[in-house]
Design a protein around this ligand. Sequence first.
Ligand SMILES: N[C@@H](CCC(=O)N[C@@H](CS)C(=O)NCC(=O)O)C(=O)O
Length: 326
Amino acid sequence: MALTLYMHPLSSYCHKALIALYENAIAFTPHGVNLGDPAERDNFRKVWPIGKFPVLRDDARDQTIPESTSIIEYLARHYPGPVELIPDDPELAAQVRATDRFTICICTIRCRRSSATSCGPLTVTIRSASVTPRSGCERPLRFADREMATRHWAVGDLFSMADCGAAAPLFFINKMMPLAQEFPHVSAHLERLMKRPSYARALVEAQPYMHFFPGVIHYEQRSTVHDTFVINRTFAFRPELVFAAWTSAEAKAHWFVGPSGWQAQLRELDFRVGGREQVIGRKPDGFVSRFDARYHEIVPNQRIVYVYDMYVNDRQISTSAGDDRV
Ligand SMILES: N[C@@H](CCC(=O)N[C@@H](CS)C(=O)NCC(=O)O)C(=O)O
């Protein structure tokens, strides 16, 4: 096969190139790069001395093309297909290129390097990214959300290179900082991207490595562990006052909080048998926690029985039964 793509299935920039290849069913050989293996890394650097993937090698034309955007441009010129990722119309093409540059800005969330992580037969150097209100991606996302309010794809009705580039950054940001509530139009764009067969395929291929992505690694690993514990606290107050600290939303907001830096986003308390309580908040690392409880038994000033689920980034992490006695 003439085309070889040097890549890793978990890499955002490789997703961008893969979407372009899959959109037009262009035949190629994927060449997984194990950056953690010195020999393999050195071999890859013989292909592209900068050592970043994706890199497309075209033996038929004796060309080596690094950089995801350049790869898509190259494919559009030499391996055109029915899906025009860069339109013929120069104005529209300029818009696609400009929007593609903009998606890079969404990618530029504050990243710090973590060590190379083994991904089975491959190894990828994963950047662990912390998405916080100050991390720089919220402003571009706010702008993108306004733009996407009236668009189906990144540049209007046309699926283009700009969508290839937006898919992975949005997918991974959404894992760390769920987009739906604050950026509903961007979130809807991501949903459309994930349903698009080209990106759906790239995601299926990334699945075996997904647990290496920082931020989901902990919660992707599912387990069933049953445990019971008892905490006793002595308060220098009358039982009615201690009980009231649970029953009044205002009082509970003073002590029922997350870890340091956590900020409440929603509090709802319907304190009666069958009533629901919800507390949603965001930690400084971008994780959103949700406590969702139902009250089953209430004996005034004595006992509260409730069952609650805990979610992190909309993923359920536990179900518990509480039996609080005053
Ligand atoms: N501007 C390049 C960026 C490529 C890039 O940063 N690739 C990452 C993987 S997503 C990589 O190769 N990282 C390995 C490293 O930095 O050592 C493109 O668009 O292709």
